[in-house]
Design a binder for this molecule. Structure first.
Ligand code: GTP
Ligand code: MG
Length: 427
């Protein structure tokens, strides 16, 4: 079967900084034939030149000079590979806390996630600590609608491939993921070493105690989420490129509806209208883009300043909603003090990031008890809040467009709350 006939799944790889996401992704790409021996040798030589030989697989993904010198991922990298069952787009996200906003953009486009946790002594513990990114990433994935996750317990070589360490990490992660609302019957835990290659595509000799699937087989247990093709088109823009000979090419993932060449689209919130000329997925022209497709497309007369990350594309006849204000159910997760009316953190919705004011606290629920018009909200509280974006943004009701109807609230470098949009008052 060729990639065109296989079902397509968007996969994001997330987890705490340095837990081995890029290395694991690079190795998977290599094993699935997406990276040649020659390229890998080239990366190995280059990595050795600056004394980072162990990064050869990570360098398949980490292309920026700064990423290579610092040994961290900064921006998202998109790659494709195929297994027996699926054709995957894999999005390698950064783990460093300074780049969580890029991680959010990547996760907002995924159908499923690999949460990488290192089994190395102290590394796992740093990741799940209150300042680590392991739990934050898991919660963000859930908030952004990624219900399918697989936990890769990575760097098993550093734990002498011991079953006890694997079980210890599994128990701790199960507890956390359950709290965030994941269905634990569906979460697979896979021990592996992304660097050495244990349990990626073959049963590992190093872990005879392990009876579950290899990482690749576990990926193939993911399911293709439903494709809401009957709904109006919603396509959040992830980035905009200028390509010589073609022009301005916005890229993003179709969440709902179908996009075809020649159609007239509108970019919201700017209201810019344009006719689509062609649509590309992985460097091939396609006749239509459906939900789940990561595409680039070009439009007649569109210039780079007409569009930016966070815009949402729809058909001109059924444009995405620009919110004057909206009412949301908000859950306060981790705020150092208390949230009162007037609080204006950044909310992340789809690929947009906009400072948004908690204009009115309508009610709060603490341990099952609801009070009207509270003065403030604290960790663990659920609340109904009237929110007002500080600039034009697209936001939709969760019931209509789930992907654009939920958001993460970030402030002071961490995720302080998550929310679901109940009602939007359009501008
Ligand atoms: P960020 O993207 O910056 O969050 O990091 P990352 O999660 O992509 O980690 P990366 O793949 O860059 O690896 C970080 C370090 O861990 C490098 O030194 C790798 O060589 C090392 N590493 C990755 N996987 C393994 C593994 O399976 N075993 C061992 N021993 N080291 C590993
Ligand atoms: Mg990385």
């Amino acid at each position: 079967m060729s990639s065109k006939e296989k079902p397509h799944l968007n996969l994001v790889i997330i987890g705490h900084v340095d837990h081995g996401k890029s290395t694991m992704t690079g190795h998977l790409l290599y094993l699935c034939g997406s990276v040649s021996d020659r390229d890998l040798q080239k990366f190995e030589k280059e990595a050795e030149l600056i004394g980072r030989g162990s990064f050869k697989f990570a360098w398949v993904l980490d292309k920026l000079k700064e990423e290579r010198e610092r040994g961290v991922t900064i921006d998202l990298a998109f790659y494709k590979f195929e297994t027996k069952k699926y054709y995957y787009t894999i999005i390698d996200a950064p783990g460093h806390r300074d780049f969580v906003k890029n991680m959010i953009t990547g996760t907002s486009q995924a159908d499923a996630a690999i949460l990488v946790v290192s089994a190395g002594t102290g590394e796992f513990e740093a990741g799940v600590s209150s300042t680590g990114q392991t739990r934050e990433h898991a919660l963000l994935a859930k908030t952004l609608g990624v219900d399918q996750v697989l936990v890769a317990v990575n760097k098993m070589d550093l734990a002498d491939y011991k079953q006890e360490r694997f079980e210890e990490i599994k128990n701790e992660m199960e507890r956390n993921l359950k709290l965030f609302g994941f269905d634990m019957k569906k979460v697979e835990f896979v021990p592996a070493s992304g660097m050495k290659g244990d349990n990626l595509d073959k049963k590992p000799d190093s872990m005879p105690w392990y009876t579950g699937p290899t990482l690749l087989d576990a990926l193939d247990q993911f399911e293709i989420p439903p494709k809401p093709m009957d709904k109006p088109l919603r396509l959040p823009i992830q980035d905009v490129y200028t390509i010589t000979g073609i022009g301005t090419v916005p890229v993003g993932r179709v969440e709902t509806g179908v996009l075809k060449p020649k159609e007239e689209v509108i970019f919201q919130p700017t209201g810019k209208k344009a006719a689509v000329v062609s649509i590309e997925m992985h460097h091939e022209n396609i006749a239509e883009a459906i939900p789940g497709d990561n595409i680039g497309f070009n439009c007649k007369g569109l210039s780079k300043k007409d569009v930016r990350r966070g815009d949402v594309v729809g058909h001109a006849t059924k444009p995405p909603t620009i919110a004057k204000e909206f009412t949301a159910t908000v859950q306060i997760i981790r705020h150092p003090s208390a949230v009162a009316a007037g609080y204006t953190p950044v909310i992340h919705c789809g690929t947009a990031q906009v400072a948004t004011r908690f204009a009115e606290l309508k009610s709060k629920t603490t341990k099952g008890e609801t009070t009207a018009k509270p003065d403030f909200l604290k960790n663990g509280d659920g609340a109904e809040v009237l929110m007002i974006p500080t600039r034009d943004m697209v936001i939709e009701q969760y019931a209509d467009f789930p992907q654009l109807g939920r958001f993460a609230v970030r402030d002071m470098g961490q995720t302080v709350a998550v929310g679901i949009v109940k009602k939007v008052t359009p501008k």
